[in-house]
Write a protein that binds this ligand. Structure first.
Ligand code: SIN
Length: 492
């Protein structure tokens, strides 16, 4: 039997945005966190580089704001940039209070508390990090707090299907969101989660592309659900390609952090020529979009499959201690990065667009908030500055939580006849191949036709194919019982 759950807050997604928001609002009511797989299976968990914030003695809010605006190619919202950058220090203090451990500056002569890394587009060292596994450390600390909190219930292996509006629940407004339908993978039933406030914290959509640094959960679920419910999405064309994804047939989505270039790593052709100075005065530390396009140009020119990233000039012990995760992963695949350059290619990494939100993280549907990669606040413009995403997630989770709590007493549960999922005459599909075939087709033409460099003709081709596939997927969706794969395919 499908279950009906009632909570004050429904949080969809368990990365930094969802967990941080949940911990804040749990002080005011009961919270459900639903997450597609394991709670720790998030993009946050893979973030290597760190979180940008102005804490170093030599740094300033003005410089961080300017770097963000420059990286965003003139399309950032300047008020949002200042709003976020000014809250950097407070966000770091909040994470420290949750038990997150950032690397300290061990030098007794230093005036700084932390060891700051540098990444592309930053004019200063300002990235707080936990060696090269910052996201994993943040996820560990926040999840431990959430699991201990008596007001938070965690639903793993629960895949959100659709948002529910007040109109579904028999009330007047279709603009008010009152919860979501969620597929419980263990029972294969679609349960209803009723909530006064719903937060989308579902991350990005990297799985739209054949090659991505994203985890398998990144199928654009929050954006798709919000769009179907009538919310506005913006800037969806601004897909960020990370310049340096590990190139290896058995490891397609492993990120080689920009922090490697921040520590002096140099991009070279397979012949050994350092090429970035030709493209930008900041050379290897140019903003990410410029580096990704430069690599794309070099690969097209040479016909090679990859370029290399060389950090061998550093002392081996420094490399092993600063980049233990990258060192270990590459070693397992036959590359000792202290002695050999790393083969790399660009891959889809981050979507700068998403559900349009204001400075409080509100979408344009009542009681629906969106925070993190799923949202578009205007901070990133056309291209996100490295390590600004974790910062944005904490700042807006904090703002959204304060607004949600302030609004809670006025929000009521939807109605006594809360809707149940109608399965109709759907049957179990015996043709799962349709899902894999469609998924592969989409990811391949997105990579080839909607990739790093685009043309109108290739975009037209992609659109024509998508229209056909959309119809096929919709038919499939209405006729067969839901599975997590089918939900993701429809969202993609
Ligand atoms: C990286 O470590 O290169 C990724 C950081 C980010 O995406 O901001």
């Amino acid at each position: 039997m499908p279950q009906h759950h009632q909570f004050d807050f429904l949080v969809i997604g368990s990365g930094i945005a969802g967990l941080f928001y949940a911990l804040r609002v749990a002080e005011a009511g009961r919270v459900a966190i639903v997450t597609k797989k394991d709670a720790a299976d998030s993009a946050t968990n893979r973030a290597q580089g760190g979180i940008a914030a102005v804490l170093a003695n030599h740094d300033s809010i003005e410089q961080h704001a300017q770097d963000t605006l420059d990286a965003g190619a003139g399309l950032c919202r300047e008020d949002v940039v200042r709003f976020v950058v000014e809250r950097g220090q407070r966000s770091i203090e909040s994470l420290l209070a949750c038990g997150v451990d950032f690397d300290r500056d061990e030098n007794p002569a230093s005036v700084d508390r932390f060891s700051f890394g540098r990444e592309g587009g930053h004019s200063q060292r300002r990235i707080l990090h936990h060696r090269d596994a910052t996201g994993r450390e943040i996820e560990r600390a926040l999840l431990a707090c959430a699991e201990r909190h008596p007001n938070i219930s965690l639903f793993e292996n629960h895949c959100a299907v659709n948002l529910i509006s007040a109109a579904h629940a028999g009330a007047e407004s279709s603009e008010r969101i009152v919860g979501a339908f969620v597929l419980n993978a263990a029972t294969s039933e679609v349960d209803s989660f009723e909530a006064k406030i719903t937060l989308l914290a579902t991350g990005g959509a990297g799985k739209t592309y054949l090659y991505t640094t994203n985890p398998s959960i990144a199928s654009g679920d929050g954006m798709a659900m919000a769009y179907r419910a009538g919310a506005t999405l913006m800037n969806m064309e601004f897909i960020q390609f990370h310049p340096t994804c590990f190139y290896h047939p058995l490891s397609r989505s492993f990120l080689i952090s920009e922090a490697v270039r921040g520590e002096g790593g140099v991009l070279r052709t397979q012949q050994g020529d350092a090429f970035m100075r030709k493209y930008h005065p900041m050379a290897d530390l140019a903003p990410r979009d410029i580096v990704a396009r430069a690599i794309d140009t070099e690969l097209k020119r040479s016909g090679h499959e990859y370029v290399v990233l060389d950090i061998t000039h550093h002392d081996a012990q420094f490399v092993r201690e600063r980049f233990p995760t990258i060192h270990e992963h590459c070693l397992q695949h036959g590359i000792d990065i202290t002695k050999q350059p790393i083969p790399v290619v660009p891959a889809a990494h981050y979507i700068c667009g998403g559900v349009r939100t204001n400075l409080r993280g509100e979408s344009d549907l009542e009681n629906l908030f969106a925070v993190g990669e799923v949202a578009c606040t205007g901070l990133h413009g056309a291209n996100r500055l490295a390590s600004n995403s974790l910062l944005e997630a904490v700042v807006f989770a904090e703002e959204a939580a304060a607004e949600s709590i302030a609004r809670l007493p006025q929000s009521t549960f939807a109605s006594k006849q809360f809707p149940r999922w109608e399965e109709g005459r759907a049957t179990v599909s015996e043709e799962a191949v349709v899902i894999t075939q469609n998924w592969d087709e989409i990811r391949r033409f997105m990579w080839n036709y909607v990739g790093i460099v685009r043309s109108n003709r290739r975009l037209e081709r992609a659109r024509n194919r998508l229209q056909l596939l959309k119809q096929e997927i919709d038919d499939y969706y209405w006729n067969f019982k839901l599975t997590p794969d089918l939900i993701e395919l429809r969202n993609i």
